[in-house]
Design a protein around this ligand. Sequence first.
Ligand code: ZN
Length: 167
Amino acid sequence: MKFEKNATIKGAFIPRSALALSGFSEDEAAALHVLPGAIVLLKKRMTAMDLLGAMDSLSKLSTDLTTELFKFCGPCDDCQGDGCPYEDVDGPIDLPDYLREAAGIPKDAKLCADVDEDEKSVTIYAAGHQHDLSDVPEGLRPLLESLGICLAQLEEALISGEVVCDG
Ligand SMILES: [Zn+2]
């Protein structure tokens, strides 16, 4: 259940009714879990039943988020032949700091490489995007693959940085 859909994170507060629905008492000691992409408020002291309830809720939330991603990307209609699967994802390209600096490439910029087999040369340059399939967390790859989510669409969304879930 969601509240305050249009609230910004700054100054966020939790309505009394939300606390009641979550099973928090007003003077409950809470533990704020600050995670990449999520801030989760849990009871500080939990019974086994409290813990099971929290595990179940977080698991359902994760499923809901997966559904949002699937709705956006859609099922894969066999784009595997066009270089969509993770097999095409190699590790990040490394470039020593002094070469980055000399080329004026920011430290955190993702790198691309073009290979010229005839010249036996490699041209390394800053990518125009911040994220791509190589940024999909390792632990999520088997799930996304087993769901048959279109990885080509996912990569497009990662590269464009567009909003894929609103609300
Ligand atoms: Zn596909």
